[in-house]
Design a protein around this ligand. Structure first.
Ligand code: RRO
Length: 285
């Protein structure tokens, strides 16, 4: 799947990604009212990844509903709308409008690491998270996915709150709190100072989060964080994920999906052949 935040605004870019082989696409997060987002610079390259602080720029669900409707006329894969809010009612209201416009599923962004009063401020509290999930689940008749924050001491406590409140699946994980400083200017690089780190740099941490959740709960998990090639995807499956999302790698190469799916297929075929050979050997000896 395409992860939220990359190429996720327009119907055309979502469709481009779908045509490149994504099995589903997730939009950039949308809220009740328009938000400008932060001033530039909003993205900076880090060692093996990117640090972003976009600040949830979006046109608001009323305007974005048109894009959802248009996307549905183009897409041949499920459209998952990422929603955020400042209260449980807010989340439920945006999700309701997204589903009315044609969303096949909703992903709750309760994990944006650097916008106040939403995102991780909700997703770090089992009580607030539970309220948001309960309200939203009650309001929509489509699958509800909850995207969790890695910026917590114990991700399983948040996973438990989400699952018990009715989440159909969990995405693990959003970006890791980070910052970049320029030695020459002696200043932070991002206008917002703090941002979220994504890409290969966070893969081992994301894998551990998926493993922690899979060990504790029987819930579909979508692995997210540093998936760049088929081997990364396989590692997430082995950790317990049922699907993976790709974000940062898409920014570099929007065609990455076919390479990943073909690689996973070949891997599975080779593993199956090895298994057959082993069984054959055991029978004949
Ligand atoms: O818009 C952002 O700055 C942003 C969001 Br909503 C998010 O969920 N994660 C992230 O790293 N950046």
């Amino acid at each position: 799947m395409l992860a939220s935040g990359v190429l996720g605004y327009s119907a055309e870019s979502l469709n481009r990604v779908a045509k490149a082989g994504a099995g589903a696409v997730v939009t950039k997060s949308v809220g009740n009212a328009p938000r400008m987002g932060y001033a530039n610079p909003t993205v900076v390259a880090a060692e093996s990844g990117l640090i972003n602080a976009m600040g949830l720029p979006n046109p608001g669900i009323d305007v974005y509903s048109e894009e959802i409707r248009f996307s549905k006329t183009l897409l041949r894969v499920p459209l998952i709308v990422s929603v955020f809010g400042y209260t449980a009612e807010d989340y439920a209201a945006v999700a309701t409008k997204a589903v009315l416009a044609g969303a096949d599923a909703v992903e709750l962004n309760v994990s944006c690491p650097h916008v106040k009063q939403t995102g991780a401020e909700i997703g770090q509290s089992p009580k607030l998270l539970s309220e948001v999930v309960l309200r939203t689940k009650d309001a929509i008749n489509k699958p509800l996915i909850v995207k969790l924050s890695p910026n917590v001491a114990d991700i399983t406590a948040l996973a438990q709150a989400a699952v018990e409140a009715g989440a159909d699946a969990l995405t693990a994980v959003n970006t890791v709190k980070a910052m970049a400083i320029d030695a020459e200017t002696m200043l932070p690089i991002l206008a917002n100072i703090r941002g979220g780190l994504s890409g290969a740099a966070i893969k081992p941490m994301a894998l551990r989060c998926v493993y922690d959740i899979a060990e504790s709960f029987d819930v579909p998990i979508i692995g997210c964080g540093g998936v760049t090639d088929w081997r990364d995807a396989v590692e997430f499956f082995l950790a317990g994920a049922s699907a993976v999302q790709v974000g940062t790698a898409v920014a570099e190469n929007p065609e990455v999906f076919n390479a990943i799916t073909r690689g996973v297929e070949t891997y599975l075929r080779k593993k199956k052949q090895k298994e057959r050979n082993r069984n054959c050997w055991t029978r004949t000896t």
